[in-house]
Design a protein around this ligand. Structure first.
Ligand SMILES: Cc1cc2nc3c(=O)[nH]c(=O)nc-3n(C[C@H](O)[C@H](O)[C@H](O)COP(=O)(O)OP(=O)(O)OC[C@H]3O[C@@H](n4cnc5c(N)ncnc54)[C@H](O)[C@@H]3O)c2cc1C
Length: 397
């Protein structure tokens, strides 16, 4: 058997590793477009802030792949798929034959239409090369703005602040992290970030980046100016679907997969940020890892393992802020119950969401890191948790 993995991010590398652990003799080829060896994308924030080098976030050197007899080819992209002929074409023109293929080509940063976004000094963050370019620019200008107050935007803002720039964080929604936090939580978080020296502006819609040839600032829809010689747009992700589209696979926001992570084409599977399962493109590490593993199992034996979905979980990696969001933190409708505890002066906001049977389905822990362990256990247990949750809240008062 010949297995071909397209994309050497977390989903692709997890899949290649799982394939090898299940089949000692199959041919496994992993094609990665970026020239750099596999690195942990969340670690790019530390590289941006100058706390780590790229080598410091590279867990597997080439020898790791060689040792596992995985043919790892970086710096070359798959440019076309022929699912009927079971072939993939590389940028070099070379054609690779496969028996089963996994699309793990991830996502790129979304590029919303913003006037002036093509000026020098305007970036998105997805790759080591992006971070390198941002760091170079950061040495040349004193001010920066980050457009988008989601997880990544907040972490980038703090990294730029740590590099010594005066940073404005712009969020067009009514509060930061508005998809995970409610208003009270968002306000507490904004207060902490402001106290750290980051200027946070919410309900701040960016009309244009202005400057002659290089970014000098941002004009908000309100007309207010924001000084920024460096602008980072952090407006979400867009799954890389072009290979799949051109090969005639079913796609929507991502490459559509069924419960076995199989695409609409025979012997082609997809996982990670590239894949859309039951309408979800998760865009997070736990899903990329879990899907990479399940997809590999199905590559070995089609139809053998169902993907059950991933419980979203994210921790903000900003010094001085302990924020964990777990599961469904913003339930829409339904009979859920919410229990909260807020202490803005202590930088603390805690919210628990209970499902129909009183089980814990979601939690926000801001400034309450000590509750993370018990809360994760309760969420996994799936049993009625109201009494436990009340005790946890009492332990904070
Ligand atoms: C700066 C940053 C910080 C993040 N922090 C967090 C965090 O704290 N927590 C969290 O849960 N998530 C975080 N994420 C998101 C997380 O990194 C992604 O969900 C995860 O990397 C997805 O893995 P993936 O393998 O599906 O895709 P990717 O990591 O995007 O990897 C896909 C790979 O495929 C390659 N590729 C694309 N097209 C081709 C082609 N045609 N041929 C060959 N190769 C190709 C790409 O070069 C890429 O290396 C962060 C993302 C970024 C950018």
């Amino acid at each position: 058997m010949e297995f071909l993995v397209v994309g050497g991010g977390l989903a692709g590398v997890t899949a290649a590793r799982t394939l090898r652990s299940l089949d000692a003799t199959a041919g496994i080829t992993l094609i990665e477009a970026e020239p750099t060896p596999y690195y942990l994308r969340p670690g790019l924030i530390d590289v941006l802030a100058g706390r780590k080098t790229l080598a410091g976030i590279t867990p597997f050197p080439r020898a790791w792949f060689e040792h596992r007899k995985i043919s790892y080819r970086s710096g070359t992209a798959v440019v076309a798929l022929d699912p009927a002929g079971h072939r993939a074409r590389l940028a070099s023109g070379e054609t690779l034959a496969y028996d089963r293929l996994l699309l793990a080509c991830g996502a790129e940063a979304a590029q919303p239409e913003i006037l002036g976004a093509d000026l020098a000094g305007v970036f998105t963050v997805r790759s080591a090369a992006d971070v390198e370019r941002i760091r170079t620019r950061a040495t040349a200008v004193p001010t920066a703005a980050v457009i988008g107050g989601g997880w990544l935007g907040i972490e980038v803002a703090r990294a730029l602040h740590d590099l010594g720039l005066a940073v404005t964080l712009l969020e067009r929604g009514p509060w930061v992290l508005c998809r995970q936090l409610d208003q009270s939580g968002g306000q507490v978080l904004a207060g902490i970030l402001s106290s750290q020296g980051i200027e946070v502006r919410v309900s701040a819609s960016c009309e244009a980046v202005h400057g002659k040839r290089e970014a000098e600032g941002i004009r908000l829809s309100s007309g207010a100016p924001v000084a920024a010689g460096l602008v980072v747009i952090s407006a979400g992700i867009r799954s890389r679907t072009s290979l799949a589209v051109e090969a005639g696979l079913a796609t929507n926001r991502g490459v559509i997969v069924d419960d076995h992570l199989a695409t609409s084409a025979p012997d082609v599977f997809a996982a990670g940020d590239a894949a859309e399962w039951r309408g979800h493109v998760y865009g997070i590490i736990p899903a990329a890892r879990e899907q990479g593993e399940v997809a590999a199992r199905n590559v070995i034996e089609p139809g053998s393992v169902r993907y059950p979905g991933t419980t979203p979980s994210n921790k903000l990696k900003v010094a001085g802020v302990d924020l964990l969001c777990l599961g469904n933190t913003q339930p829409q409708g339904g009979p859920q119950r919410e229990l909260r505890h807020a202490d803005p002066t202590a930088g603390r906001y805690v919210k628990f969401v209970l499902g129909v049977d009183g089980e814990l389905v979601g939690a926000i822990l801001l400034g309450a890191a000590e509750l993370a362990g018990p809360v994760e256990e309760l969420a996994q247990a799936g049993v009625p948790a109201e009494d436990d949750v009340k005790q946890l809240i009492e332990s904070l008062t």
